[in-house]
Design a protein around this ligand. Structure first.
Ligand code: GP9
Ligand code: MN
Length: 413
């Protein structure tokens, strides 16, 4: 009920008392279009890495130099995979411990970014080359406030231009261009790539722009090829945005949705990384790239430890939109007051100093990777448990139903 909601509000307001503090970049992108690119299965270890002497992500590497590049950014997803990352992005709440919010709780009340931005005159839209029913997106996007959803049905998808789940990334971006032109400005447009998805298949020689790795583990070996293909697709997208005059007035938020290589492939990954993969390294492998590109602004490499749950406040702050009393478990990544923190869905935690592996109950010194006394990580473990539990409470109890009343009591925004 609304008492439970107050408990959650107290927690988020308490831990983020400084959430209201305007970071250095508050409002710096006010009124601009927002383009989000969800990079399928993209883990951060590929950035600036070479295979056979060749860059795996040449475009993203260059773009990162010219952007705010967060190199200590983690995903918080679980079984809901891409849909979990979308949920985190738009709500700053965690996905569920089992199943996917998108399928189990699509009828809930939310106060998602698309809905908030609509009040600011934005057109929220999603673009994706798979069927609209996958992950129950057709239903959930309405609850989140998306006005348009361009899915497989709107694209010209043939045997020739599709693989695996749907439209290949290059034709996906090409065909998306007239659709994006159609939107009223400013827009909040999310593009979800697809080709770099397990089992990482390309069917044409010209699409294979790098040779596979040679670990003998096919999944890992092919991962680099579809990664390289996706990089090319994103590069083409940027070029088209420039050619079509859409680039200058737009900020780009690109992030990896979740891991692509599970711990079943640790043997091959230890060969790639040239080190043993313990729970500590496994946690580091949960880093996904976050690249925030604002045309005209100089790039900066960011050490900040954060995760997908922080995207909503970060984006709203860049746009200068303040949503009072919103239930956000994340904090603006540009805020100086924020704690360096990433909570994984399984209760593991990474900070600037420590890494806590929940399943194994091991505490590590972050800088050396050495195991240290478990009790050092105890406060982190507790914080993670509490935060995840409160987030689950909101979702399971559909607590945002009571949010409007609450706003009313507080004198509205
Ligand atoms: C499906 C695509 C991939 O439409 O988003 O989903 P995933 O399996 O990565 O969750
Ligand atoms: Mn995915």
């Amino acid at each position: 009920d609304s008492d439970e909601l107050s408990e959650v509000l107290n927690y988020v307001n308490g831990q983020q008392g400084k959430m209201g503090v305007q970071g250095k970049y508050y409002g710096k992108a006010a009124g601009k279009n927002v383009v989000l690119v969800s990079l399928e299965s993209t883990q951060n270890f590929v950035i600036d890495r070479k295979l056979h002497g060749q860059e795996i992500t040449p475009f993203l590497n260059d773009l990162a130099d010219d952007s705010f590049y967060f190199k200590n950014f983690y995903h918080n997803t679980a079984q809901g995979k891409t849909s979990d990352s979308e949920f985190l992005l738009d709500n700053s709440m965690y996905g569920l411990p089992r199943g996917a919010v998108f399928t189990t709780n699509a009828g809930n009340e939310f106060n998602a970014t698309p809905e908030i931005l609509k009040k600011e005159g934005y057109t929220p839209a999603t673009f994706h080359g798979n069927h609209d029913t996958f992950w129950n997106r057709d239903v959930m996007y309405k609850s989140l406030g998306y006005e348009r959803f361009f899915s497989k049905e709107e694209y010209d998808v043939t045997e020739e231009n599709s693989v695996n789940y749907g439209l290949k990334d290059i034709p996906f971006f090409e065909q998306s261009m007239p659709m994006i032109k159609e939107l009223d400005k400013p827009y909040y447009a999310k593009f979800i790539t697809l080709t770099h998805h397990y089992p990482f298949i390309l069917d044409k020689e010209e699409e294979k722009m790098i040779k596979p790795a040679e670990t003998g583990d096919g999944t890992v070996d092919r991962y680099f090829q579809t990664m390289r293909y996706q990089d090319e697709a994103v590069k083409k997208f940027f070029n088209m945005m420039k050619e079509q005059g859409e680039y200058e007035d737009t900020i780009f938020i690109m992030y990896g949705d979740h891991y692509g290589i599970s711990d079943n492939h640790n043997r091959a990954m230890s060969e790639i990384l040239d080190k043993e993969i313990r729970p500590f390294e496994e946690m580091q492998l949960q880093k996904v790239p976050l690249i925030i590109h604002i045309p005209g602004m100089e790039g900066k490499e960011m050490e900040t430890v954060g995760s997908q749950v922080d995207l909503k406040p970060t984006i709203l702050h860049l746009l200068g939109v303040k949503e009072r009393n919103d239930i956000q478990f994340g904090v603006d990544l540009f805020s100086k007051e924020r704690e360096d923190l990433a909570i994984f869905r399984d209760g593991s935690v990474v900070t600037d100093k420590y890494a806590y592996a929940a399943k194994e109950n091991i505490c590590y010194d972050k800088s050396t990777g050495e195991e240290i006394e478990t009790k050092t990580c105890a406060p982190l473990k507790e914080k993670a448990e509490k935060e995840l539990q409160l987030s689950d409470k909101v979702v399971y109890g559909d607590l945002l139903r009571f949010w409007e009343d609450n706003q009313h009591l507080e004198g509205k925004k």
